[in-house]
Design a protein around this ligand. Structure first.
Ligand SMILES: *Cc1c(COP(=O)(O)O)cnc(C)c1O
Length: 364
């Protein structure tokens, strides 16, 4: 927390707006638009809820296909199943570790041959780095698919100077506790189409038709953000740029200290954008290093330091075992060799030095 959050929370209490709507929610949405350049935004209860709404707005339903990055967190893919649609997983390219446009094209063509329609594409900007959006947008245009950006991890990152999440038809963000800024739990849906965002708000507040009584002509959801949490979000937005700078400093420090180690490679930075470096990700080639990423993780764990493997690809998850997947081995290799290093912005230089020393001690 930045310290200013309590002022906003006190304000919510003083005004007695302890509700899933209110002035902080309205202000948070406006300020979020100002910070990201998104034209319109609706604050909701989670990133997953935002993506569920995005798929509803894209008119995705039973029988439809939705292409999705395989190298991601399950929150990108579960909402596709909520809609009764089929996720079609697409592997990564090497420059950014995100969805490979060529494989997406293959997936589109193959599914069409099978009589299926890829109604939407959920492209993820993993670990705070943008996917190759222009290429992906062209493919979506050619196949009449709606582009949805999962920018849950990439708030503050850019693609050709624009904020990730604001270039697709719909974008979603997360303010879960582990993200670069947080409301403890929360999400945002953005779009350039004001009617879509209005509809998201309507669906997120139990789809109440305009009437003095409770009238419903479609199914709704209870997905709005609380006014108290929106207050936290307003204060957090104020430190976003600081957080991005701190994350990038942490990444640079790890890279400087550890890239001379044999077999160590850091997540690349594609020339199309500036990542927020949400988590510092390293890959370790055991043939060159003499030890594996898992050896490092276990050594860190023994020192009470938390490291994590990279996301396990969705096409390898038991829950998605039957889903179509267009793979090239890249996400599987990243999962086998990768490790997320501690990247919290509250880390001190001493903390960083301790992690670095611990990693360096492996194999000695
Ligand atoms: C965190 C995350 C989500 C889900 O966001 P929640 O707010 O936790 O529901 C979706 N996609 C990705 C890539 C994420 O990292």
């Amino acid at each position: 927390m930045s310290g200013r959050e309590l002022d906003f929370i006190h304000d919510a209490f003083a005004s007695n707006w302890i509700a899933p709507i209110g002035p902080h929610v309205d202000a948070f949405e406006k300020e979020f638009c100002r910070v990201t350049g998104a034209p319109f935004a609706a604050a909701v209860s989670s990133g997953t809820a935002a993506l569920h709404l995005a798929l509803l707005l894209a008119d995705v339903g039973p029988g439809d296909d939705v292409a999705c990055s395989t190298f991601t967190f399950a929150g990108s893919a579960f909402p596709i199943v909520y809609r009764g649609a089929t996720p079609v997983f697409v592997d990564s390219e090497e420059q950014s570790w995100n969805m490979d446009p060529r494989l997406l094209e293959d997936a589109m063509v193959d599914r069409k041959k099978k009589g299926k329609r890829v109604k939407a594409v959920v492209v993820v900007h993993l670990y705070g780095q943008s996917a190759d959006l222009d290429e992906i947008a062209v493919i979506c245009g050619r196949h009449d698919s709606i582009l949805i950006e999962d920018a849950a991890e990439s708030l503050g990152a850019t693609y050709k100077g624009k904020t990730t999440g604001t270039m697709g038809r719909i974008g979603i963000f997360s303010f879960n506790g582990n993200k670069i800024v947080t409301t403890s739990g929360g999400g945002m849906l953005v779009s350039g189409d004001t009617a879509l965002v209005d509809k998201a708000r309507f669906l997120a507040t139990q789809a109440r038709d305009p009437a003095p009584h409770y009238e419903h002509s479609c199914v709704g959801y209870n997905y709005r953000m609380s006014n108290v949490l929106a207050g936290i979000g307003r204060a957090q937005l104020g430190v976003l740029q600081e957080r991005v700078a701190a994350k990038r400093r942490i990444f640079a420090a790890y890279r400087e200290a550890l890239s001379p180690m044999p077999g160590f490679d850091f997540m690349p930075e594609a020339d199309w954008g500036v990542p927020n470096r949400w988590l510092t990700c390293v890959t370790i080639d055991p043939a060159k290093a003499g030890f594996s990423a898992e050896d490092v993780r276990l050594r860190l764990e023994a020192a009470n330091i938390e490291g994590r493997p990279l996301w396990k690809p969705m096409h390898l998850q038991p829950v998605f075992s039957g889903a179509p997947a267009f793979v090239n081995g890249i996400s599987e290799e990243l999962f086998a060799k990768g490790l997320c290093l501690p990247s919290g912005t509250a880390m001190t230089n001493e903390d960083l030095e301790r992690v670095i020393a611990c990693v360096k001690s492996v194999g000695k």
